[in-house]
Design a protein around this ligand. Structure first.
Ligand code: F6P
Length: 491
């Protein structure tokens, strides 16, 4: 082994430079190899003039620097390289060109730093016989083969700091603050920063939600005297099909969902709502100490894998130790938040709602994903635990039946009618109870025949009506959950 190349692909991420530094230093100081920096992702292997030697001196000072000194490309893929030759675009297979470039540059192996897309390309180059080792990177923390990726911790610091700042202004103005954070199809950033920042509502792609359940939580807070609230929204959430006024939500991209949620809350509660989209701020700037530590260990271990000739593998973190896994096993399946997992349970137990449940006064926490919801899903042929992918946005799930959707809407209307009737009875009897109570305020006016019996009657009636009212509210929630689930599969 004489020389290695180091490349990164996909979006930038705090800690990339730290890995590059670790690879360069370990390769040169520990093994005496030459290191070449490949610029702009795999493009640097297609055009080898986009490479430069990296030395201990040339990389001095990059450890805490955000971004990547190598530059990167979000969608650079040598297997499907898009060439603009006027119109139409042409896809070239440049994987062989990469092998040729490595020969020209005298490289014996490659260290590739990236997320699922980049590591899939690395795996495929490895299958062609190119000696390659992967390092996992993404702020989304959604790679299944490693407990954590570098970049995630820094993104969490940024998001949590933003939530803290929004808290103080929310409190001052009595506003609802909605903050949209990144994470693509996974809710890790929203979940962790939401818990760390003391959010009241966290919306993640893994848990379908309704606007009504969010508003219920905000009303409950207002009733307890907290007139401000923090709602953290993961950019990848699927909006329910309908808002609280049964108006359809438009289809939106990441960066726009927070605004939709904010508008829907404002329309339902008529409360002052402000929306912040945190965006690429989460990816910029200096990596946190944890990310620097992890990135340095990943970089050093990648060089060790190369030294041992263990190619086609990716470094990873397991039970706090740096290990490695086959690239084949590391890609293709993203790690999502477990809706029944410990972090979600802890969040619920401290009063955070995920927009899928509400607390019934005097009752217990009702979960909407119950047998009734499942039965409806089954009827429409969707209770099959389909694996989700970003492409599922495109088409309704097979088996989605519009008619069943209409039936559930009808069921909701009927339930609302009964809810209104029981509610108005409750109000009437409650008023009578008030009158009786007020009579007690003036004992001098109470006659010997004061109807204690009526008191008892009224209380019995209130108790029965209240329990019916709560039942109907629980049913409403179930129905909304079914609608959310149906729209989840339809959208
Ligand atoms: O994967 C990292 C990430 O920041 C996601 O959280 C986000 O959806 C995406 O990249 C944004 O990509 P781009 O920089 O291409 O807009």
């Amino acid at each position: 082994m004489q020389a290695i190349g180091v490349a990164n692909g996909g979006g930038d991420c705090p800690g990339l430079n730290t890995v590059i530094r670790a690879v360069v230093r370990a390769a040169i100081l520990d093994h005496g190899w030459r290191v070449v920096g490949i610029q702009d992702g795999f493009d640097g292997l297609i055009w080898p003039e986009r490479t430069s030697p990296l030395t201990v001196e040339s990389i001095a000072g990059i450890l805490p620097r955000g971004g990547t000194i190598l530059g990167t490309r979000s969608r650079g893929d040598p297997f499907h390289h898009t060439v603009n030759e006027g119109s139409p675009k042409v896809n070239n297979d440049d994987a062989e060109t990469c092998r040729g470039s490595m020969k020209k540059l005298g490289l014996d192996a490659l260290v590739v730093i990236g997320g699922d897309g980049t590591l899939t390309i690395a795996r495929d180059l490895g299958r062609m016989g190119i000696p390659i080792v992967g390092v996992p990177k993404t702020i989304d923390n959604d790679l299944s083969a490693t407990e954590v990726t570098f970049g995630f911790d820094t993104a969490l610091h940024v998001a949590t700091d933003a939530i803290d700042r929004l808290h103080t202004t929310a409190q001052s103005h009595g506003r609802v603050m909605v903050i949209e954070v990144m994470g693509r199809d996974a809710g890790w950033i929203a979940l962790h920063s939401g818990i760390a920042g003391g959010a009241d509502v966290i919306l993640i792609p893994e848990i379908p939600f309704t606007i009504e359940a969010i508003c219920e939580k905000l009303r409950e807070r207002a009733a307890r005297g907290s007139n401000f609230s923090i709602v953290v929204v993961a950019e990848g959430v699927k909006l329910p099909l309908l808002d609280s006024f049964r108006k359809p939500f438009p289809k939106v991209r990441p960066g726009q969902v927070g605004m939709q949620v904010g508008d829907a809350i404002h329309a339902a509660l008529d409360q002052d709502v402000r929306v912040t989209v945190l965006g690429h701020i989460q990816r910029g700037g200096s990596p946190s100490p944890f990310d620097r530590f992890l990135a340095t260990r990943f970089g050093a271990e990648a060089v060790e894998l190369v030294a041992r000739g263990e190619f086609g593998r990716m470094v990873c973190l397991r039970a706090g130790e740096i290990e490695s896994v086959l690239l084949d096993e590391a890609v293709g399946e993203i790690r999502l938040v477990d809706p029944q997992g410990g972090a979600v349970r802890a969040a619920r137990s401290v009063g955070i709602t995920f927009g899928d449940h509400r607390r019934i006064p005097g009752g217990t926490l009702r979960e909407p994903k119950d047998r009734m919801a499942e039965a409806v899903m089954k009827e429409v042929g969707m209770a099959d635990g389909r694996k989700r992918s970003t492409k599922d946005h495109e088409n309704p799930a097979p088996g989605f039946v519009e008619k069943d959707f209409a039936d559930v809407l009808e069921e909701e209307r009927e339930n609302d009618r009964m809810l209104a009737a029981v509610g108005s009875n409750l109000a009437r009897i409650g008023k009578r109870l008030g009158d009786l109570g007020r009579a007690l305020e003036k004992p001098e006016t109470i006659s010997d025949t004061f109807e204690l019996g009526e008191f008892e009657d009224v209380i019995v009636q209130i108790s029965a009506l209240l329990s019916r009212y709560n039942e109907l509210r629980a049913t409403k929630l179930k129905i909304q959950s079914q609608l959310a689930n149906l729209s989840w599969h339809r959208s």
